[in-house]
Ligand binder design. Structure first.
Ligand code: CO
Ligand code: CO
Ligand code: CO
Length: 347
């Protein structure tokens, strides 16, 4: 990791990472009634709550477009750049694609010197390089709060697009990164998270979902999303509703950072987790007793979280085995059935 500068980047922002994301319902309401063109080539668009839009160019190629940006989640500007860029690329991987071109989106706040800005951008460029993508330009302004992220274009074969609305009864679910990032980040702001724990989650947030995607696409995956601002249950809820299925989460199989559970038990839970609970709770039922702190982990907004994907049970163990050679924390966390009383059943 690189040096920490005298500027406390997170102190220049009042909302951390994907926790700054506007709620799903709020946004849908605002877009109501707007005029848009329809186009048969647009196979995933604004009307679906998927990770990115997908536009078919020809029989072999579809264009994926997405953007993500947020205020600093960490004081180290290089790491902030890496995490923001890693997170922005993630929606392309979640659609089964590969990022190719990207544009910087940067707001430099008062108090950020040239070197700090340069370090943020260097983090973005290093991440793009690792992803095999090229940053071709972008737009930079000065403003009240720092913001960084990317608009990313990627490609996928039109027959290989993975939406978040195609899980099938008989599938099992694999999650590739442990939960608890939002809670631990909240703890860090209150100086209640150990630096060693933070180093661990910084590394996790700066890890591209590229490897997970590259392994995933070798298997007959039906549906995929990445677990970000809406938390595991928010994104699972969208997958269950979109797929007209029920998703069963085997809570004791879900990977998470144990330090986050301790903080959640102390009540250190980000506002976004409550927002996610409000959004998804009506569709969630509990089969067993699950502590409120553990539920908070399941609703915790993740920044640059892992992939969550559904594939037939017959293919799952081979996929998981291969996944674990590169990503030891990947786990099978549940399964999919025909619709039952609730969209999500925690068991
Ligand atoms: Co996403
Ligand atoms: Co996104
Ligand atoms: Co998707």
């Amino acid at each position: 990791m690189s040096m920490e500068t005298k500027v406390k980047l997170t102190k220049l922002a009042n909302c951390a990472g994907c926790g700054a994301k506007m709620g799903a319902g709020t946004l849908a309401k605002m877009l109501e009634g707007f005029q848009t063109h329809s186009d048969p080539q647009l196979i995933v668009g604004y009307d679906k709550s998927d990770d990115a839009s997908v536009y078919v160019l020809d029989d072999h190629t579809a264009l994926i477009q997405t953007t993500d940006f947020f205020p600093p989640i960490v004081d180290d500007p290089y790491l902030y750049g890496k995490i923001a860029a890693t997170n922005a690329m993630s929606d392309v991987y979640a659609m089964g694609g590969e990022p190719k071109l990207a544009l910087n989106i940067l707001c430099a706040a008062e108090g950020m010197d040239d070197d700090t800005i340069r370090q943020v951008l260097r983090g973005g460029y290093d991440t793009a390089y690792e992803a095999g993508a090229i940053i071709t330009g972008g737009h930079t302004i000065r403003g009240a709060e720092p913001i960084y992220g990317l608009a990313v274009s990627g490609f996928v074969h039109p027959d290989k697009v993975l939406t978040n609305s195609n899980a099938q009864p008989g599938d099992v679910l694999i999650l590739t990164k442990p939960l608890g990032v939002g809670i631990l980040t909240t703890g860090a702001k209150a100086d209640l998270t150990d630096m060693s724990v933070m180093e661990r989650i910084y590394t996790q947030m700066a890890t591209l979902n590229k490897t997970a995607r590259d392994i995933m696409v070798k298997y007959p995956v039906h549906s995929c999303t990445d677990v970000t601002g809406f938390g595991l249950l928010g994104h699972s809820f969208e997958m269950a509703q979109g797929s007209n299925c029920t998703i069963h989460i085997q809570v004791d199989q879900v990977p998470y950072h144990k330090e986050a559970l301790e903080l959640a038990a102390m009540g250190l839970v980000p506002a976004g987790a409550y927002r996610n609970r409000t959004y998804a709770e009506e569709g969630v039922s509990l089969k067993n007793e699950i502590s409120v702190a553990m539920q908070d982990i399941l609703y915790d907004p993740q920044t640059s979280g892992g992939l969550l994907f559904a594939l037939p049970r017959e293919a799952a163990s081979a996929c998981l085995e291969e996944m674990r050679t590169a990503i030891p924390q990947a786990a099978i966390i549940g399964y999919v059935t025909l619709p039952e009383d609730s969209s999500i059943i925690l068991e």
